[in-house]
Design a protein around this ligand. Sequence first.
Ligand SMILES: [Zn+2]
Length: 145
Amino acid sequence: MKTCVTCGGKITLVDISKQGTMRRFKSMMLTVPDAIMVPTCTGCGAEYHGATEAEAIDASLGAKFDAILSERGVELTKKLMVHTRLWKIEWLLGLSHGYLSKVRHKKRVPSASLVAVLALLNADPEAFPTLESFWGVNLDEIYSK
Ligand SMILES: [Zn+2]
């Protein structure tokens, strides 16, 4: 039986999904959703995972992260449609036409950066004129001609 190098405690296999411990994954703190057995010290809780367990944890958290991004992409694009048209957002963010429609219908998983910008635009719809000014365009004027 192996013992912990930190406290000398006993190391046993623990399903880390049942611990509820929050772990950082990119911009979020998440719990591991899938059952993954990791050698863990019963004394201090230190984990002794190898590459296999680390890959399984990353894959599990990555899938959860993408699902959350997808849900937030749907929610944020719906809310933004109250203030403006999706094509205007696509223009101002340099996205291809129709991209946000794919996000809204869960056909594309938005990046964390895009979700962050969509959240900021929702929090401050007055940022739209700021972006138009920044890029030197007036979309209503362009499309009224
Ligand atoms: Zn320990």
